[in-house]
Design a protein around this ligand. Structure first.
Ligand code: HSE
Length: 402
């Protein structure tokens, strides 16, 4: 029997215990032996919970127990998760985590520590919740030179943007409603400002390149400035607006950004709605692939953690290698990247726009302002051309048609 411990009995941690319990027979068949949760570490007690007898408050009970070979870190944040993870790995216990913040901040160090201690550090649940994406990137796509990853990696913002698109409601109204329904956090900053998606694309880009992508270097823009009027324009040209995390490899290097994009209705990511996430991956041999599913939620995320636990259970005493070196990958300057832009300006700026931009695609939906899509140009050139305008109402990048 394989014995495991769960650190943090919140939404994901309790889901892990539930998945391991409910699917114990199928899991045992596939692993070749049973997996049992021996300890659940949490600051709280859980009277009446079916697993209350497993709850402990001292991490050392877990670290000092030689029977524990796999630890699920579902605490979130870096303190104390970072220290607990290092301590477990140093004792040769594999760690499976859903903690994107920790993985994005300390991935290479923790992977190296796992390799040195003949155990593993796996993080399938850290990106895209229940969507299998980390393991496919490390195994099925191993022969590929992955040239592009484009993801809808945050369920909260996708839910908000979907509602805005469908109902013509404002960002503030939809956010409030999402908070009331429990779909958005009381403090929604990490989601709506794009920070959560930024960490996730940093992890995917590190796996894509094998080098460390420092998430603090990724240009990140959230969705707080998107308005109902922007969606009217998008609809008029058969597009929608999605928060995309994009990582692209060219001959010059790798560019990464997180920002709202206008996306054509024909693009597969445009049909990804509500809380769903999707990752669109382009390999140089396999072509385009799309991974789609629940990017958050108790059982979906827990299922991904348990898939890692099962892989560790089949590799006790061995390291499952993950190529993610510690040298930082230099990123291309975003200002040199080329794309089209959607812009709304006050009507008084129409003449200046026509002078400055030359060829544009006008979108005519109202008399009180002027909306258009530019030709392709670098971000730097776009900034220069925008300089003379007096009242800019909105700027949204436009995703290139595939
Ligand atoms: N807050 C995240 C989201 C949860 O909305 O997608 C999963 O990381």
């Amino acid at each position: 029997m394989i014995q495991a411990a769960v650190l943090g009995y919140g939404t994901v941690g309790s889901g892990v215990v539930e998945v391991l319990h409910k699917n114990r027979e199928i899991i045992a068949k596939r692993v070749g032996e049973e997996i049992e949760v021996k300890y659940i570490l949490d600051l709280r007690d859980f009277p009446g919970d079916p697993f209350e007898d497993k709850v402990v408050h001292d991490i050392n009970l877990i670290l000092d127990d030689p029977d524990i070979s796999v630890v699920c870190e579902t605490m979130g944040g870096t303190k104390p998760a970072y220290q607990f993870t290092k301590d477990a790995l140093l004792k040769g216990k594999s760690v499976c985590t859903s903690n994107k913040e920790l993985v994005a901040s300390y991935g290479p160090e923790l992977l190296q520590m796992a390799a040195e201690n003949n155990c593993s550090y796996l993080f399938e649940a850290s990106v895209g919740g229940g969507i299998p994406i980390i393991r496919p990137m490390n195994t099925s796509l191993a022969p590929e030179n992955i040239v592009k990853i484009k993801g809808i990696l945050n369920g909260t913002t996708n839910y908000i943007l979907t509602k805005m698109a469908k109902e013509g409601a404002s960002f503030d109204t939809v956010l409030k409603e999402a908070q009331e329904k429990g779909y958005a956090e009381r403090n929604p900053e990490a989601d709506v400002e794009g920070y959560d998606a930024c960490r996730k694309i940093a992890i995917l880009s590190s796996l894509m390149t094998g080098k460390n992508v420092d998430f603090s270097k990724i240009y990140t823009e959230g969705i707080t400035k998107i308005t109902a009027r922007d969606f009217e324009y998008a609809k008029a040209v058969n597009k929608s607006i999605k928060l995309l995390a994009v990582s692209e490899r060219t001959d010059d290097g790798v560019s990464i950004l997180v920002a709202p994009f206008m996306l054509g209705a024909e693009h597969p990511l445009c049909g990804v709605n509500d809380v769903f996430n999707a990752v669109y991956v382009t390999g140089n041999m396999v072509g385009d692939l799309m991974f789609y599913g629940h990017g958050a939620g108790k059982l979906a995320t827990a299922s991904a953690v348990v898939s890692d636990v099962m892989e560790c259970a089949g590799n006790i005493g061995k390291n499952i290698p993950v190529l993610w070196e510690s040298d930082n990958l230099p990123l291309l300057d975003m200002k040199e990247c080329t794309r089209k832009f959607f812009v709304r300006v006050a009507m008084k700026d129409r003449g200046a726009v026509l002078n400055s931009f030359g060829k544009i695609k006008e979108i005519d939906i109202t008399d009180d302002e002027f909306g258009f899509i530019t030709d392709s140009m670098t971000e730097k050139e776009f900034d220069t051309r925008m300089k003379g305008l007096r009242e800019v109402l909105s700027v949204i990048r436009v995703e290139n048609e595939e």
